[in-house]
Ligand binder design. Structure first.
Ligand code: ATP
Length: 474
C-alpha cells in the first residue's frame, strides 16, 4: 500500500532529499503513521528512523530549512530533535536492542529497519512509511499492524512475555492505548501483563503517572483502571484504590463496592470535564473509606470521617507517586474533603444557610465540587436519582442567589481583628477570636447580612456579653 497523501507536508520531501544526499534510507514510524491511518488528526510528534546516523540526518535536514532550526542532540540515546513550525521531529538511527533483568535500558546496536520495527512495542506502533524517493509513501508493515488497527487490537510484534518483561513500561502503554483508542488487548498479551505485573516495580513513578494521566484523560477512563486492576498492576502503585474493592456483609447488611462505584464516578465526570485534576479528585474521592469502614448493629456500615482521612491520604499518595505537591494537590485534597457535603445537603430540604456554608467552605472550587458530586450519584434507584438531581438543581440555583446577595465565596470578614482590638482596647487575646467567630457564624447562618453595619452592632453586643468595656467608638 502507498500512503503518499500522509506525507503532504513539505518537511517529508526535505527529509527525503537530505537522506538521499547522505546516501541512507529513512522512514516515518510509530504514532504519526498510526494516527494518520486512524484518522485521529495530525500527530505533532514525528518519529524518523534512519538506516544510519539519525543525528547526521537531523543536521542535514536543518541545513535545508529556511531558518536552519537548532538541532537538539541527546548523545546518550543517539537521538536528535528538530523543531519545525508546530512539529517536533525526532530522529534516531535504526537499532537492535537487547535487555538485561534489572533495567529497562537496553544494550543498543545499529540495525536494519526490521530490527528497529522488532523493538517497537505494538504492531500498530511499528508501521513505517518510506521516505526513499523511489518508494515514497510505501507502507512497511511486517506484523500486520494495519489489520490490528482495523480489528482494534493491541498486540506486540514479538513474544509478549519477553516484550513486557524487557521493558515493563510497555504494560502501562498497552493499557493506555487500549483506553485511548478503545482497543482490546490480545489475550496472550493480557496474560503476559498479568504474569509480569511485579516487573512494574522497576519503572519510575513519574513514568507511571504519565500513563495514568493519559488513561484519566481518555473518554472512558474506567476501561483502563479495570484493566490495571485485572492484570494486578494497580495494586503496585495505587493500593488505596484496590483497597476499595469488595463488598462486606454482616447480618444481611452490605455496603456497595466502592472500587466499581469510583470508576463509575470517574466515567460520569469525564462526560462533563476535561480537567484532569477534577478527574483525579473523582478517582480519589472515596479512598478514605477503606481505613474508616466500620460495622455497627444499629446503623450498619459507616465510613465516618472518610473525607478527612481521604484528603490526608491524597497528600501521601501524591508524594509517593512524585506528583506535584502544589495547588493542584491542594485542590484535589479540598474536593475530596468536601465531597459528601452537597449530597448530604441534597438529601433534605435545601436551606439557605447550608448553601452559604458550602460556598464559604468551597470558595472558588464550589462549581467543580458540584460537578464532582453530581457525578457521584450512581444510585440505580430511579426515584432517588431524580430526587438528588432535582435537589442539586436547587442547590446550584441557590449558590448563585446566595453568592449575589452575601458574597461569601472568598469571605473577608466585615469586621477585622484590628477593629475589635481598637474598640475594646484589647491585647491579642482569645476574645478577639471569639468575636470574629460569632460574626462569621451569624453571617453564615443568615442571622445578619454580610455587611459592616450589622457586624459592628453584633461585635458590640458580643463584647458586652464577654464582659468587655467599649474603649473607642468609631
Ligand atoms: P502518543 O504520542 O500518542 O503517546 P506515540 O506512539 O507517538 O503515541 P511515543 O511515546 O511518542 O508514542 O513513542 C513513539 C514510538 O516509539 C511509538 O509509536 C513506538 O513505536 C515507540 N516506542 C515508544 N515507547 C516504546 C517502548 N517503551 N517500547 C517500544 N517501543 C516504544
Amino acid at each position: 500500500m502507498n500512503y503518499k497523501n500522509a506525507l503532504n507536508h513539505t518537511i517529508f520531501k526535505v527529509i527525503s532529499e537530505a537522506a538521499k544526499d547522505l546516501n541512507l534510507d529513512a522512514y516515518v514510524i510509530g504514532g504519526f503513521v498510526r494516527d494518520f491511518l486512524l484518522d485521529r488528526g495530525s500527530h505533532k510528534d514525528i518519529d524518523i528512523v534512519a538506516i544510519g546516523s539519525g543525528i547526521e540526518l537531523a543536521k542535514a535536514v536543518s541545513r535545508k530549512l529556511p531558518d536552519q532550526p537548532k538541532v537538539q542532540i541527546f548523545k546518550t540515546y543517539g537521538t536528535a530533535m528538530l523543531p519545525f513550525e508546530d512539529l517536533e521531529i525526532e530522529f534516531v538511527g535504526a537499532r537492535k536492542e537487547s535487555y538485561n533483568e534489572n533495567s529497562r535500558n537496553p544494550v543498543v546496536e545499529n540495525g536494519t529497519l526490521e530490527d528497529d520495527q522488532n523493538r517497537r512495542d505494538f504492531t500498530i506502533n511499528a508501521l513505517a512509511l518510506s521516505l526513499k524517493e523511489s518508494t515514497f509513501g510505501d507502507l512497511l508493515d511486517p506484523f500486520n499492524g494495519v489489520k490490528d488497527l482495523e480489528d482494534k487490537i493491541i498486540r506486540t510484534p514479538l513474544n509478549p512475555d519477553i516484550t513486557y518483561s524487557d521493558d515493563p513500561l510497555r504494560m502501562m502503554r498497552a493499557i493506555r492505548f487500549a483506553t485511548q483508542l478503545d482497543f482490546e488487548i490480545e489475550k496472550q498479551s493480557l496474560n503476559a501483563i498479568s504474569k509480569n505485573n511485579e516487573r512494574i516495580k522497576i519503572i519510575t513513578n513519574e513514568r507511571i503517572v504519565v500513563e495514568l494521566n493519559k488513561i484519566l484523560e481518555s473518554k472512558t477512563p474506567s476501561k483502563g483502571f479495570l484493566l490495571l486492576e485485572q492484570t494486578g498492576l494497580l495494586k503496585h502503585f495505587l493500593p488505596e484504590l484496590t483497597a476499595l474493592k469488595g463488598i462486606d456483609e454482616i447480618e444481611g447488611q452490605k455496603h456497595k463496592d466502592n472500587f466499581y462505584h469510583t470508576l463509575e464516578v470517574v466515567d460520569n465526570i469525564s462526560e462533563h470535564t476535561d480537567n484532569v485534576w477534577l478527574r483525579w479528585a473523582a478517582l480519589l474521592h472515596d479512598i478514605g473509606k477503606a481505613p474508616t469502614k466500620k460495622f455497627s448493629k444499629k446503623v450498619g456500615w459507616t465510613f465516618h470521617t472518610h473525607e478527612f482521612e481521604g484528603s490526608k491520604m491524597v497528600y501521601h499518595l501524591f508524594k509517593r507517586l512524585k506528583m506535584p505537591l502544589n495547588d493542584k494537590m491542594k485542590y484535589v485534597q479540598k474536593l475530596v474533603f468536601l465531597s459528601s457535603r452537597p449530597i448530604v445537603l441534597a438529601q433534605d430540604e435545601v436551606t439557605d444557610s447550608a448553601v452559604r456554608r458550602l460556598v464559604f467552605d468551597a470558595g472558588d472550587y464550589v462549581d467543580d465540587l458540584m460537578t464532582l458530586c453530581a457525578a457521584d450519584i450512581t444510585t440505580k434507584n430511579p426515584k432517588k436519582f431524580e430526587k438528588y438531581h432535582n435537589n442539586f438543581k436547587i442547590v446550584r440555583d441557590k449558590i448563585i442567589e446566595v453568592e449575589e446577595r452575601d458574597h461569601v465565596r472568598n469571605f473577608q470578614p466585615p469586621i477585622t481583628g484590628e477593629d475589635i482590638i481598637k474598640t475594646f482596647n484589647l491585647k491579642p487575646s482569645r476574645e478577639i477570636g471569639q468575636i470574629k467567630e460569632t460574626i462569621k457564624e451569624a453571617i453564615l447562618e443568615g442571622d445578619i447580612p454580610n455587611e459592616y453595619e450589622a457586624a459592628y452592632e453584633l461585635m458590640l453586643e458580643t463584647g458586652k456579653k464577654l464582659g468587655l468595656k467599649i474603649h473607642e467608638k468609631r
